[in-house]
Design a protein around this ligand. Structure first.
Ligand code: C5P
Length: 222
């Protein structure tokens, strides 16, 4: 067997949450640990790929052989992803915040004791996956993730069409809560749905690399 089936390939991975600042001491975030995305970056490097990992704020070590760029916000992530193209495959695992504070305050918002609650207006963040799908440097293989709590496959099928990617890797975060060690994923594409058993996140990553190597096999490297 070929142990480095992604040798000569460039792969971009996004991972982790984003933090969207409200003021210098507060931010909007989510429960993403970055574990699945980091495991994917590690498995891609082990499979021989040149890997660029764009990571939101997480407390994880950089996997061996991976080039890592740390970002905080969705807007920063979008910029670093664009700078990382072209690639043979992009795997967008990050749990990007859908909204950011419409205006970030330069000074800490003070609780003045009046009992009045400050307003918090939100603005929509760019959809990085959808914009990469539309760009003229769209990778030949573009993969999105979908964390759902219900109707996992149906939501993933809708997301595949809406985002314009090739595969959606969907997981049920009600069954495998975010931050855990395992995932039970469904690979949703125009070819249909492939459901895998519950596996440790590194095993999901390795299996995904086999599938990516197969999908890229007939394509010349970028
Ligand atoms: O729409 P939803 O956030 O569920 O889609 C998840 C997929 O889209 C993931 O692959 C995620 O990395 C990507 N995404 C993105 N930019 C956003 C929101 C989601 O790239 N602003």
């Amino acid at each position: 067997a070929n142990h480095r089936p992604l040798h000569g390939r460039r792969i971009l991975v996004t991972a982790g949450p984003t933090h969207e600042p409200i003021d210098p001491v507060r931010y909007i975030a989510n429960r993403s640990s970055g574990k699945q995305g980091f495991a994917i970056a590690a498995a891609a490097a082990e499979a021989g790929a040149e890997v660029l990992l764009i990571a939101g704020p997480v407390a994880l070590p950089t996997p061996a052989g991976v080039i890592r760029v740390d970002v905080e916000t969705a807007v920063e992530m979008e910029r670093e992803v664009a700078a990382g193209l072209p690639v043979d495959a992009a795997i967008m695992v990050a749990a990007v915040a859908d909204w950011r504070a419409a205006d970030t305050r330069a000074q800490k918002i003070k609780k003045d004791g009046s009992g009045e609650v400050p307003p918090l207006a939100l603005a929509e963040n760019p959809d990085i996956l959808a914009s990469v799908a539309k760009s003229d440097r769209r990778p030949p293989l573009l993969i999105g993730f979908a964390a759902e709590t219900n109707d996992v496959v149906a939501h993933a099928e809708a997301k595949l069409a809406r985002k314009g990617c090739d595969w959606i890797v969907a997981n049920d975060v009600a069954a495998d809560p975010m931050g855990g060690e395992t995932n039970r994923v469904h690979i949703v594409s125009n070819a249909g749905v492939e459901s895998w058993d519950r596996l440790p996140k590194p095993a999901v990553a390795r299996k995904l690399m086999e599938k990516i190597a197969d999908a890229l096999e007939t394509r010349a490297p970028i």
